[in-house]
Design a protein around this ligand. Structure first.
Ligand SMILES: C[S@@+](CC[C@H](N)C(=O)[O-])C[C@H]1O[C@@H](n2cnc3c(N)ncnc32)[C@H](O)[C@@H]1O
Length: 244
């Protein structure tokens, strides 16, 4: 850690950083769905200063940097950051920091923040969104992807767990995830769509886009059977938000 980095709690991602990264690289839901969707929402990023909040091992950071963005990133997992460092090189601006606590950047630093698949690990989005808004310049954008709340509801309903995880509630569930022989107990927070939109607007953001995209067209060649059976699916939900 450098002197301005915060000590963080041990992250479950440390226990499966390598396995998660290998699987995330080119699978359907991340490589051919979530990341292309975030890149499409970001549009032309050349010359823009962008913060990757919960950057993990840095695949989105790398793609945005290739498109000309000036990137910074942070994550709560030292293991994921080590892999990001390997991918992105020693001069990449990567910090160990906890979304939900104070972030190690001055006010009004970034044109955009991307928060890909990280907010759903937090019970309370208020402090995290306030910090992201603080580090965004006025008028800056926050691009978010999260577990789609209705997809999560369907998953629990199909598993017969609807009583424990009703749609209209903010509920926590913990499950074991395994990747290539590595595993850990992951804690995720479900919240309904209205709770997400209320959190965004309470933090002062204007919702300028909500997206349920199709997979990248290239996915049809790489995953022909999956996409023939299910050309569109609910998995993640995407928001474009604007700071005042
Ligand atoms: C599903 S991964 C996504 C990683 C990356 N955004 C991507 O799209 O590949 C979630 C990441 O969020 C990080 N994370 C979870 N809770 C966090 C928190 N409170 N603060 C910072 N990072 C967090 C994890 O360590 C992990 O790297």
């Amino acid at each position: 850690m450098t002197s301005d980095e915060q000590p963080t709690r041990v992250s479950v991602y440390d226990s499966f950083a390598e396995g998660y990264t290998a699987e995330n690289e080119a699978n359907l839901v991340n490589g051919y769905y979530q990341r292309p969707a975030m890149l499409a929402l970001a549009g032309d990023v050349s010359g823009r200063r962008i913060l990757d909040a919960g950057c993990g091992s840095g695949p989105l950071f790398a793609s945005l940097r290739e498109r000309g963005a000036l990137m910074s990133g942070f994550d709560a997992s030292a293991g994921m950051l080590e892999l990001a460092r390997r991918r992105l090189g020693d001069d990449a601006d990567l910090r160990l920091a906890d979304l939900g606590g104070p972030l190690p950047y001055p006010d009004d630093t970034f044109d955009d923040v991307v928060a890909a698949l990280v907010l759903h690990y937090l019970e309370d989005w208020g402090p995290a969104l306030a910090e992201l808004r603080r580090v965004l310049r006025p008028g800056g954008r926050l691009l978010v992807s999260v577990d789609h709340p209705f997809a999560m509801h369907l998953m629990h309903r199909q598993a017969g767990r609807e009583a424990d995880y009703p749609y209209f509630g903010t509920t926590n569930w913990v499950e074991e995830w395994s990747f290539g022989g590595q595993s850990g107990m992951v804690s995720i927070w479900h919240r309904p769509l209205h709770a997400m939109s209320e959190a965004f607007t309470a933090a002062g953001f204007r919702i300028t886009g909500i997206s349920e995209p199709e997979p990248d067209p290239a996915a049809r060649e790489v995953f022909p059977e999956e996409l023939a059976a299910k050309p569109r699916f609910l998995c993640f939900l995407f928001f474009v938000l604007q700071a005042p």
